[in-house]
Design a protein around this ligand. Sequence first.
Ligand code: SAH
Ligand code: F3S
Length: 476
Amino acid sequence: MATSVQLESNSMQSPTSVDGQPPRFVYVQTFGCQMNVNDTDRIHQVLAPYNYTPTTDPAQANLILLNTCSVRDRAEHKMMSRLGRLAPLKEFNDDLILGVAGCVAQQEGEKLLAKVPYLDLVFGPDHVAKLPVLLDRVRGSEGRVSETKFFKRKDYAFLEAEPRDDVKVSEFVTIMKGCDKVCAFCIVPFTRGREVSKSPEMIIREVKKLVAGGAREITLLGQNVNSYGKDISAKGDRVPTFAQLLRDVDAIEGVERLRFTTSHPMDCIDDLIACFGDVPSLCEFFHLPVQSGSNEILEAMRRFYTRASYLARVENLRRQCPDIALSTDIIVGFPGETEAQFQDTLSLLAEVRYDSIFAFKYSERPGTRAAKMGDTVPEPEKKRRLAEVLELQAGITRAKMEAYVGQELEILVEGPSKKSSAGGEGRFQIMGRTRSNLIVNVPVPLGEFWSNRWIGRLAKVRVLEAKSNSLFGEFV
Ligand code: SAH
Ligand code: F3S
């Protein structure tokens, strides 16, 4: 756990010193994407010097934070109902501070404080580093605090991740925050603000610390990683392109596998494509969200590519790296989407034959351009379209998984398989991922299961069976 907090540049007030304060407990529940998971790590990091220990029991906590997601309204509803269930704890504990962080906090700000009378604190993602100061303000004369102003680009400071004692085999490193794109459906640019890139030096230091702590696989994280560094180079400072950054991270000793997420197809340019098959640790896997197969819908979504230009990129990628596994995001029921336009999405899925997809029903988000277009596709129709997309993809995924049976693949062992906790025949299985991001479960003798000796190792497995979402195999 962290013992100090380093900021890239320092624009913080100092919070009250920890001296003499009793130990406290913090409970954080994280909703949504990997960015939020990363912010939760930073929350723990920034609180540790102030005597806060993480707890998994909200009843034990002096501080409860919900780190929220607002990308679709379902995530938002889930968070509101969780808040309601936590409220009674306030009656038993006068000292308890209840707060909302993340994207709903950024989106709602003061309105959330007004709506939820027992809430003490609301703060957006830009303010994680300032959390101790915000807590002082809550305990002081202000009582209830909302802080959602975005920092100016030049004032934004990343928190440098410190060495931890719980480093996993596969770790994420945030390389930038925010998104400068204008996809009509998306709330992220409103909740996460403008793009700001972390300095390459800080990224390299973080990767080195993680590798020293036992990480073997690093995923570079950003809303649109291909834009990495553009904000820095606009100021005249020299900065690697994203493709160069991949090469620099690859060169760090101990990085066995490298991944990144997410890319916008518009920015998936040749120098990035050239990295596949050329940068040794870069895994043959690419998540390239297409959203729709219809040119009219892509234009209304303001995605700035066409079906044909997207397919051309897929073709380039496959030419460069024939084994590359592809995944994507799909939205069904975008405002005005006709049956014919929906069919274009199905035909694109059939044409590309992704290894896996994430598909969502369109969810109207306040303040976005798409919200002005009305939510025209009725819910039952969205449901039907989603079911069709999922059914088509299930067949493709199944066929692709079955094609692996009999093959020998390299996995990076992450730990006990999910099945091992369920008991039964899967009791002593461990799991690892292939470079193409597939999960393979492998049985091991009881003694080896408990010894953890496989964790973090690259090992060859022979695939014996394809299950619905994973493979089953044996060590070669
Ligand atoms: N570039 C980002 C995208 C964030 S949102 C990233 O890091 O992944 C993730 C996915 O959620 C999008 O690709 C899109 O398919 C889906 N999504 C975003 N806004 C949505 C909305 N209003 N309704 C339904 N799905 C949405
Ligand atoms: Fe959202 Fe589009 Fe950015 S989906 S995160 S606005 S690339």
